[in-house]
Design a protein around this ligand. Structure first.
Ligand code: SAM
Length: 271
């Protein structure tokens, strides 16, 4: 059976090990008329390795809009295009959104090839009781935003990307809201110094002893006692506004389904 022909292909490339590319991806990259790539020099190394001679055109977040009309015109003229990013799957924290929207609006056929991606590579090598997870892309940088995102996702496994320069600070901020959070962290997946650590947040921070190198993907496990955590967060919010323990107990037991005495006792324990 011959492969169905599409006009536009989303093609994943390796996230570390150059051999992590599918036979179909190599075939498509050889056969299309253009490869739209984030950084032509990065992609050229891959193309040289697999003796792929296709012309590369830069397509990145700063020229996405202006390049769209070029590619639409080429596609109208019957040409085919493959989109790649520097590493992994395009559109997963990488450019592609603008062109895909325009392609679909203009009736072009688009297909996405399965392949390397840091999120799925990570999720398939860490212990998980549940299939449920939320991928938030790169975690925000500011302390306030990190706290906000961690609180909002406390009841689900939250997966994120972060840089080696920031991750230990990020983990310390997460720890300030979720003292006993369980964390899985992988660095340099599919590369020489690949490492996966899964432990409580304090042990993970200690394990790296102030220095962590390489590319990072991390998951904060869902809080098992989510209701307790939810109550702690609410109590802390009211106490930080100056409410007394008795007032906190009255407010929270009136507004939510919490027992007044339980709230009061917990409030006394919350510093
Ligand atoms: N499109 C890529 C994908 O499919 O995973 C992600 C691109 S995003 C710009 C780059 C981030 O992905 C890195 O900063 C890191 O957080 C994560 N990442 C990429 N390669 C990785 C690897 N080999 N090991 C761990 N994390 C990786």
């Amino acid at each position: 059976m011959s492969a169905r022909k599409f006009q536009f292909y989303i093609v994943p490339t390796p996230i570390g090990n150059i051999k992590d590319i599918t036979l179909r991806a190599i075939e498509v990259l050889k056969e299309v008329d253009f490869i739209a790539c984030e950084d032509t020099r990065t992609t050229q190394k891959l193309l040289n390795h697999y003796d792929i001679r296709t012309k590369c055109i830069s397509y990145h977040k700063y020229n996405e809009r202006e390049r769209v009309s070029f590619f639409l015109n080429e596609l109208r003229a019957g040409k085919t295009v493959a989109l790649v990013s520097d590493a992994g799957t395009p559109m997963i924290c990488d450019p592609g959104g603008v062109i895909i929207e325009e392609l679909l609006k203009n009736g072009f056929s688009v297909t996405s090839l399965p392949g390397a991606c840091a999120v799925t590579t990570f999720l398939s090598c860490i212990p998980r009781q549940s299939e449920e997870f939320t991928f938030i892309g790169f975690i925000p940088r500011s302390e306030k935003q990190i706290i906000d995102v961690v609180k909002r996702h406390a009841d689900v496994n939250m997966v994120f990307y972060d840089s080696p320069e920031r991750i230990l600070k990020t983990l310390n901020v997460i720890k300030s809201v979720r003292l006993n959070a369980k964390v899985a962290l992988a660095r340099e997946l599919s590369k020489l110094f690949e490492e996966v650590v899964c432990d409580n947040i304090s042990s993970v921070i200690k394990h790296f002893d102030g220095v962590i190198k390489g590319e990072i993907v991390c998951m904060v496990y869902a809080e098992e006692n989510f209701e307790d955590l939810e109550l702690d967060i609410k109590i802390n919010a009211l106490k930080s506004k100056g409410f007394k323990d008795k007032e906190v107990a009255i407010i929270l037991s009136s507004l939510f389904d919490f027992n007044k005495n339980d709230v009061y006792k917990k409030s006394l324990d919350c510093k």
